[in-house]
Write a protein that binds this ligand. Structure first.
Ligand code: PSU
Ligand code: MN
Length: 319
């Protein structure tokens, strides 16, 4: 069983298409029954991790969400459809495919209209999740304000999406390759509540502590679900960022990763890497420089975020 939404005529010559959403059987059933659902992005699969660890991790993260009693909805673009929930075959197809478009807000409709395979970033996954009525989304780390943004103007569309789309994003903070103080500043300016989970500091992806205070702290999934309910009571409210620190056993302390970040960021600048290539380039170079250690950390933190997101989605449904 799969479901496709239909379009609406809004004038004699103009009809407004509904997004071409295609639900997996599992997600369609969960929607019918009102079960808790957690959205998952796919850029981490196509541009964030190497084959075959990317597909292994995607499967593991889905299993983690099911083990907590929620339903995973991995989001990606295949054959002109916006898939909300991917079959295992499609997940593998996406993970192996070459030339997959990394789709943020600017790219989503373009990729769909031209039926190109695409993976979704945090921004585009939020758009899809919202279109599908999913409130909670787990990822690794959000995009943010890049170092040197005062020159390059490179600010991830993830921040603007958090400001406008009412989805709760669970991430391990933002990657330390970004300018974290400026990233927090933009989130504050754009009205996005940033809540650290069980800690007073903003986590920095591979490291538990960025050295920056988190705007808010909550200690249980139930408290976060209550915050979501209260935000939802205000029309036009946007998203929420839940910053969940990487488990201690898997962390790379900031002083140990700083050198690799420094090298990767300056190499990107030296080679003139720009736009949407920057994040994938820097991530893969850090992976090389840490001899794969950063990948183990990345996997551990995504799984940790998926479990928390599932508990929040559960508390939201039960609340
Ligand atoms: N986290 C990871 N790997 C990634 C990303 C996040 O561990 O590849 C992706 C996310 O999809 C995020 C995107 O939305 O990087 C940000 O890209 P940009 O800075 O170009 O907006
Ligand atoms: Mn960018």
């Amino acid at each position: 069983m799969s479901e496709k939404t239909s379009g609406t005529r809004i004038g004699p010559h103009v009809s407004r298409e509904a997004p071409p959403v295609l639900y997996s059987e599992e997600v369609a059933r969960a929607r019918d029954k009102g079960l808790p659902i957690v959205a998952l992005e796919s850029t981490i699969v196509t541009h964030g991790m190497p084959w075959p660890r990317n597909v292994d991790t995607a499967r593991q993260v889905e299993a983690d969400i099911r083990a907590e009693g929620a339903v995973p909805a991995t989001i990606a673009l295949l054959d002109g459809h916006l898939h909300v929930g991917l079959s295992d075959g499609n997940l593998e197809r996406l993970a192996q495919a070459r030339g997959v478009m990394k789709c943020s807000r600017a790219d989503l409709a373009f990729a769909l209209a031209s039926a190109r395979p695409g993976s979704t970033t945090v921004a585009a996954t939020m758009m899809a999740a919202h279109a599908a009525g999913i409130e909670v989304f787990a990822t690794g780390g959000i995009g943010g304000v890049h170092r040197g943004a005062e020159e390059s103007f490179d600010i991830s569309a993830d921040l603007e999406e958090l400001a406008r789309t009412p989805v709760c994003v669970v991430a391990a903070g933002a990657k330390a390759l970004l300018d974290l103080p400026k990233t927090l500043e933009v989130l504050e300016t754009r009205g996005v509540p940033v809540v650290a989970f069980g800690t007073d500091v903003f986590p920095a992806f591979w490291s538990r502590d960025s050295g920056l205070a988190a705007p808010y702290r909550l200690d249980t999934a139930e408290e976060i679900a209550r915050l979501l309910a209260m935000r939802a009571a205000f029309p036009g409210h946007g998203g929420i960022l839940v910053a969940n620190p990487v488990p201690e056993a898997a962390e790379i302390p900031s002083d140990e990763i700083a050198g690799a970040i420094e090298t990767a960021v300056s190499e990107a600048a030296r080679r003139g890497v720009a736009g949407k290539e920057v994040t994938p380039f820097v991530l893969s170079m850090i992976l090389e420089l840490t001899q794969g250690r950063s990948l183990e950390t990345n996997i551990a933190l995504v799984r940790n975020n998926a479990r928390l997101a599932a508990r929040i989605a559960l508390a939201r449904v039960q609340g």
